[in-house]
Design a protein around this ligand. Structure first.
Ligand SMILES: *Cc1c(COP(=O)(O)O)cnc(C)c1O
Length: 362
């Protein structure tokens, strides 16, 4: 275990009440930092009071977006214990994103330690109300001062935490999705499979247009044929046609979602028919016409499962399951959330308890 120096804040902030929490606008008292330099490797892991960075205006990440991040959650169970959900899987993905962006890999154990030590330090910030969680955002940015396109010689790894409110405070609400054949998110050989900042900047324009048309999100089609479904907003997409559950394969253009993996694990365990295969938007529309389009949902850490109630495509509206949350969609949500809060058995070893001792040992 690397020694993590802890400097506690002298000015703890007031913590908002659990029922006032939203997403991503409140941050805890501390953050985790670690530096990389090509001559020293990753060094100086530490927990310090949360606060701003000072960056030279020529810091390369500000110009060339050599940056990656990830996102996972810690939950306070009914027994009061705090547990991380599938942290090693997120650590592994962060490293894969690093590799794709020419950022030096981190020691996976140290990534996990950064989560447990920081969450341990700010444990009091983990909300307890059902549906709430502590969102963990590890990020790596290129920190060398230069203008010019080459991999940075130095990086900053940081982790920040935000307590987040219940995503479905008023129950699950199916969303309306605009299928865009005008803009694309990723192509084979591009950055689609990395959680890298530029992908999100690139998605804004289409998302704003979807909002103007009354939709919540964009469904991205593949960048070459604009025919196969890729992802929805920042979630993986799944559809149930007849008795087959279909989701696009991990072929390089989509993010390998951890929630996607959890859903595939569960549905296969339940003996359902599951296919990771390319699926054309036309197949979805034909299924809708034939009456076999049963359910559609997005998967991601923030919402866990997001039912899709309607698609807009080429001026046509395709309503799914009468615009209501499907049975399987609901079961998947309930099962995963049950595991996260410790009310359902953790058969797959997805949870890792954070003990206050871990922060002291650090
Ligand atoms: C983060 C993300 C997902 C979902 O991944 P999870 O690990 O399930 O949170 C899906 N697609 C994109 C583009 C993402 O950024």
């Amino acid at each position: 275990m690397a020694a993590i120096a802890v400097t506690r804040t002298a000015h703890p902030k007031p913590r908002p009440a659990d029922d006032t929490l939203a997403f991503g606008n409140v941050f805890t008292d501390h953050m985790f930092l670690m530096d990389y330099h090509q001559d020293r490797g990753w060094h100086d892991p530490r927990i310090v009071p949360y606060g701003p960075f000072t960056l030279d205006p020529a810091t390369c990440v500000l110009h060339y977006a050599q940056a990656v991040f990830d996102g996972l959650k810690a939950f306070r169970g009914q027994d009061g214990a705090v547990r991380l959900f599938r942290a090693p899987k997120h650590a592994e993905r962060l490293n894969r994103s690093c590799e794709r962006l020419c950022i030096p890999r981190l020691d996976p154990e140290l990534i996990l330690q950064s989560f447990t030590a920081l969450v341990g330090t700010d444990q009091a910030w983990v909300p307890g109300k059902p549906g709430t969680a502590l969102y963990i955002r590890p990020t790596v940015i290129a920190s060398e001062t230069f203008l010019g396109v080459h991999p940075s010689s130095s990086y900053i790894y940081f982790v920040i935490l935000c307590p987040v409110g219940a995503y479905y405070a008023e129950g699950m609400n199916p969303v309306k999705i605009l299928v865009t054949d005008q803009y694309v998110r990723a192509v084979q050989g591009g950055l689609g499979e990395a959680k890298t900042s530029g992908n999100y900047a690139a998605s804004l324009y289409a998302a704003e247009e979807a909002k103007r048309q009354g939709y919540t999100q964009v469904l991205w089609l593949d960048g070459v044929h604009r025919r196969y479904i890729d992802e929805v907003g920042t979630m993986n997409i799944m559809v149930k046609i007849g008795d087959e559950i279909v989701t696009p394969p991990l072929s390089g253009t989509i993010l390998p979602g951890v929630t996607r993996d959890s859903v595939l694990t569960l549905t296969r365990d339940w003996g359902l028919r599951v296919s990771e295969r390319p699926i054309a938007i036309d197949e979805v529309i034909e299924a809708s016409r034939a009456g076999t389009l049963a359910e559609m949902w997005g998967t991601g850490t923030a919402a866990v499962i997001s039912p899709v109630g309607e698609l807009g495509y080429k001026g046509e509206r395709i309503v799914i399951n009468g615009g209501r949350t499907g049975e399987l969609t609901q079961k998947l949500y309930d099962t995963i959330v049950g595991i996260q809060y410790g009310t359902a058995p953790d058969r797959y070893g997805w949870l890792q308890e954070v003990t206050p001792a871990q922060s002291r040992a650090a």
